[in-house]
Design a protein around this ligand. Structure first.
Ligand code: ADP
Length: 501
């Protein structure tokens, strides 16, 4: 079992308290030591001053008084400080004379310094120079300073003792203050930290509660964004952004499914109706059967095209559509596409004009590039008036190959132009679905074409479209298809297959 709390709030509080508490305790300890030393210094300086005054007095008394005893007695009489006990010892530590205590001396009078012990201490260090030391314990602890003096030519030791009790009292008061104040401060810090942590983390609780309620059916819900300026606000924004992208992706997916089933329904309905009508009578003529089967074949053909396109889109979306790049000549691809639409053009009385082509070596996927051109030509022919011309040209600029497909059709309505590269978009929806024309697409051709162009590092765009005709451009970079990049790597990079709008 770990002592470390699991909740982030508790952990933050603990950290906060520790970070505040450790320096606080260290500071208290250090300041306690510093104060102790400062007080000791103060006592020592005081004793120093006292001894100085006493030795000066002793020197002058030797002039005025005839004997050692009188000189000492006189000096002890004159030099008095509250709570300080002055005494003169001989070099062997035997007490010669001690000063009386001032009548106002409080503590030193109650707990007088042990002069016998002091003498014994001095005896241990005979002839010691000036020294300062502590003597005794508890209530009888004294700080003592000694100084060797000469009285009428003979050596003596002068000692001044000052009770340490005052300093201990101060230190005790400080220690008591610390012992009360530090835990109190820490408790306050912990409470404050807990309160702050609870406050700052409350949006997280709100966010996780809301996030737990969000599923695919209510992706329109968003996380609450408390304060937009802090990190949690930013996190909520990021998650909301993610939800928005998910919602959009889900909506696109749903629309795609709806559009796809809608597109598939028409040819399936045609097939079924045709079969039902044909079978409604017990017998039919061979011509009737042939007509019916031919309608069914056209529908199956259309169904096949749509399924093919959907399959290609699904694989591209999943990143499973690799480009098979190989060295090729673009003029061959262009030429082949022009030949492939010859019969459709003839059927519609449209001329396909192929402008002179020059050698255009390129690294690309011949099948997919052919597919783009076929779709562009197919659209151009279908939208051309009878007797019109579709022009196919391949040119080279400094950085790109340009393949243009120009027709003389009625053009694409301006409001439809921004949408023609979207999936399932058809400018003339109603007409194209009901004609039963097996070559009629599901509005996926340009979306697929744009994806193929971008997968090659190029672009597919509508250059112009007016009542006099339209021109589409497939531009491919001379350096080849985005060299080194795996094609269909990620849906975002490819982009074009993701339905816009
Ligand atoms: P479809 O399978 O319907 O041809 P596309 O994605 O190839 O789908 O084209 C989308 C729509 O753009 C077409 O339905 C048509 O309305 C319009 N379009 C494309 N090319 C031409 C063109 N050359 N002239 C007029 N309209 C065009």
């Amino acid at each position: 079992m770990t002592v470390w709390p699991q909740s982030l709030r508790a952990r933050l509080t603990l950290w906060y308290t520790l970070v505040l508490g450790l320096p606080l305790v260290a500071f208290a300890g250090a300041s306690f030591l510093v104060l102790d030393r400062a007080l000791m210094h103060r006592s020592d300086a005081f004793l120093d001053e006292t001894l100085g005054a006493f030795t000066t007095e002793l020197a002058s008394e030797q002039i005025e008084e005839p004997t050692t005893a009188r000189a000492i007695a006189s000096s002890l009489q004159d030099v008095r400080f509250r709570d300080v006990r002055l005494a003169v010892f001989d070099p062997l530590g035997v007490l010669v004379m001690a000063g009386a205590l001032d009548s106002t001396a409080g503590y030193a009078l109650k707990h007088p310094v042990d002069l016998t012990r002091l003498g014994a201490e001095l005896r241990r260090n005979p002839g010691a120079p000036r020294s300062v030391f502590s003597l005794g314990q508890g209530e009888r602890a004294y700080r003592v300073a000694t100084e060797p003096v000469q009285i009428f030519g003979k050596p003596y030791l002068v000692a001044a003792a000052y009770p340490l009790h005052h300093d201990s009292e101060t230190m005790e008061a400080v220690a008591t203050a610390y012992v009360i104040a530090i835990p109190l401060l820490l408790v306050m810090a912990a409470l404050g930290g807990y309160f702050l942590a609870t406050r700052s983390l409350s949006p997280v609780a709100a966010m996780s509660a809301r996030a737990a309620e969000i599923s695919s059916s209510n992706l329109n819900e968003r996380l609450p964004v408390g304060s937009r300026r802090d990190e949690l606000g930013a996190l909520a924004d990021v998650v909301n952004g993610l939800l928005e992208r998910l919602e959009r992706a889900f909506a696109q997916q749903r629309r795609f499914m709806a559009d796809a089933s809608h597109e598939l329904r028409t040819p399936v309905a045609v097939l079924r109706t045709e079969a039902d009508v044909t079978l409604s009578r017990p017998t039919r003529t061979e011509t009737e059967y042939r007509e019916s089967v031919s309608v069914m074949r056209d529908s199956a053909q259309r169904l096949g095209r749509i399924v093919d396109d959907l399959f290609l889109l699904a694989r591209a979306d999943a990143g499973h559509l690799p480009l098979r790049r190989e060295p090729l000549y673009l003029e061959d691809v262009v030429d082949e596409a022009a030949r492939a639409v010859r019969s459709l053009a003839r059927e519609r009385d449209v001329r396909v004009q192929l402008l002179p082509l020059e050698d255009s070596p390129y690294d690309g996927d011949a099948d997919l590039l052919g597919r783009v051109l076929l779709n562009l030509l197919d659209n151009a022919i279908k939208h051309s008036p009878s007797g019109g011309t579709v022009t196919l040209a391949l040119t080279r600029t400094a950085h790109e190959y340009h393949i243009t497909v120009t027709d003389e059709g009625a053009g694409i309505p301006p409001d439809a132009q921004p949408h023609i590269f979207e999936r399932f978009f058809r400018a003339d929806k109603a007409r194209s679905r009901t004609t039963g024309d097996p070559t009629t697409g599901a509005g996926l051709g340009l979306a697929i074409g744009r994806w193929i162009a971008e997968a090659h590092g190029g672009r597919l765009e509508l250059v112009t479209s007016s009542a006099n005709g339209s021109e589409f451009l497939l531009a491919l970079p001379l350096s080849g298809p985005g060299h080194g990049e795996p094609l269909g790597a990620s849906p975002e990079e490819r982009g074009s297959l993701v339905p816009t709008a």
